[in-house]
Design a protein around this ligand. Structure first.
Ligand code: ATP
Ligand code: SF4
Ligand code: MG
Length: 414
């Protein structure tokens, strides 16, 4: 593919390395809620509500946050599968915020997405060859040596056999299907890959294989990644920087090292305290964990001021009334909080604690957690293997149904 070889994608020869590959300013996505015969708009789901960040060339940016905080919406906005309601997206210096189908055509090759569900995202009626070659057809690209040869090369690249070309998705395991999804995403030699929960549907043993494959491909092809996950344990080993989202906002954005060593946003601290610590020596040193009670509030009417104030044990009156801006409190660490952790208080005069918020989070001693883990283990042992098998079957059935359901909406064909 001589044309793509000359693009900056693989080696970024012509790019100004200091400039970010992707720059996002004030990005907003509100999904309107309509009611009645006239379909009048009565409100909006504020899925993404004003976020700023950039993705540097060759880095992996991890994006974490609880379910419903807007991670997938953000991923679909920056790949322009969704039209933003506001803000600006710049890819390699070009404003792509409102480009139409034809305007986006060249960028479609540069930015690709790997989807969460390896079962639902591959059309079960198409062969692997048809699925992986779809991007070539859609973009009208004829690779050197022909499409079949290139698809077989891609299959080998992701650890599959070229002989899988004529097989169907149902013949593959979840991990293999995710490899097929990765091969499809890499077909047009993209520069940036947005991976939405790429391993969360896979067994833990397979997760590591797919993460390692993505890591190797990044080194080999000079890729830039945005990896979306709902917890910090998945992005822990792969990310250079991590953005923590809460209810449509980025609340902390920092280098991985700083974030793990000294998180500054209370929400990050709570998320981190839920991550199991593999090193037994460090595990012993940890004295308290934070359990956040209750669900994330509705994105239709997010709380005033700091959106985390209804669950934050440090909340004061100013948190309720004034939204804290995302500012750089330490080099490379941006935080949106009036009373950050591991740093001087931004609003020391404001000392009235919101008791409701205090009750929404509990500081739990390690002994209590250990006891509760023992109880759950005992309950699981008592229930026996029957119950877990039952769950697995239901899950498998659901996946098959989803796959059939998605027959007409293969993402590669968007
Ligand atoms: N097309 C849509 N129409 C209306 N609301 C939507 C739409 N897509 C997403 N939402 C809402 O936007 C909010 C953010 O959704 P999103 O899927 O981005 O969250 P997420 O962080 O990816 O969650 P998860 O971890 O569960 O995947 C949710 O409240 C969701 O219900
Ligand atoms: S201390 Fe206040 S501003 Fe900081 S996270 Fe808690 S509620 Fe938000
Ligand atoms: Mg999601």
């Amino acid at each position: 593919m001589s044309e793509t070889d000359t693009r900056a994608g693989t080696t970024a020869v012509t790019d100004d390395d200091d400039k970010p590959l992707l720059k996002v300013e004030g990005l907003v996505k509100h999904f309107p809620i309509k009611k009645g015969l006239l379909q009048r708009q009565v409100g909006a789901v504020k899925a993404v509500d004003g976020i700023d960040f950039e993705v540097r060339r060759g880095e992996t940016l991890g994006v974490v946050g609880e379910s419903g905080c807007g991670k997938s919406t953000m991923g679909r906005l920056i790949t322009r599968l969704l039209e933003p309601s506001g803000g600006k997206i710049e890819f390699d210096g070009t404003d792509i915020t409102h480009l139409g189908t034809s305007g986006m055509r060249p960028f479609r090759r540069d930015v690709q997405m790997i989807f969460q569900d390896p079962y639902g995202s591959l059309n079960p009626r198409h062969t692997i060859g048809t699925i992986v070659s779809a991007p070539f057809r859609l973009q009208g690209v004829e690779p050197e040596g022909g499409v079949k040869q290139e698809v077989q090369r891609l299959l080998e690249l992701v650890g599959l056999s070229p002989e899988h070309y004529n097989r169907y998705p149902h013949e593959f395991s979840g991990g293999q299907r995710q490899r097929i999804g990765i091969a499809r995403a890499l077909a047009l030699k993209p520069r940036m890959v947005v991976a939405d929960e790429p391993v969360s549907a896979l067994d833990v043993s397979i997760q590591a294989q797919v993460v390692n494959l993505m890591d190797d491909l990044q080194d080999e092809l000079g890729l830039t990644y945005v990896i979306i996950a709902h917890d910090l344990s998945v992005v822990r080993h792969v990310s250079d920087r991590i953005a923590v989202m809460y209810l449509g906002k980025i609340v902390e954005l920092a280098d991985r090292g700083s974030l793990y060593a000294s998180p500054m946003h209370p929400y990050t601290k709570a998320l981190l305290s839920a991550v199991p610590i593999p090193d037994p020596r460090r595990r012993a040193a940890k004295s308290e964990r934070i359990l956040l009670r209750g669900d994330v509030p509705s994105p239709i009417a997010p709380p005033s001021g700091c959106r985390f104030h209804t669950r934050c044990w440090k909340a004061t009156q100013i948190c309720k009334s004034t939204e804290p801006p995302l500012i750089e409190l330490r080099p490379g660490q941006r935080v949106a909080c009036h009373h950050p952790e591991n740093f001087e208080d931004q609003a020391p005069q404001d000392t009235v604690l919101l008791s409701a918020a205090k009750e929404a989070a509990a500081l739990v001693a390690d002994e209590v957690l250990a006891e509760s883990a023992q109880t759950s283990a005992a309950v699981a042992a008592e229930k026996g293997p029957e119950s877990s098998r039952e769950g697995a079957e239901t899950e498998a059935e659901a996946s098959v149904e989803e796959a059939a359901d998605s027959a007409s909406k293969e993402p590669g064909g968007k």
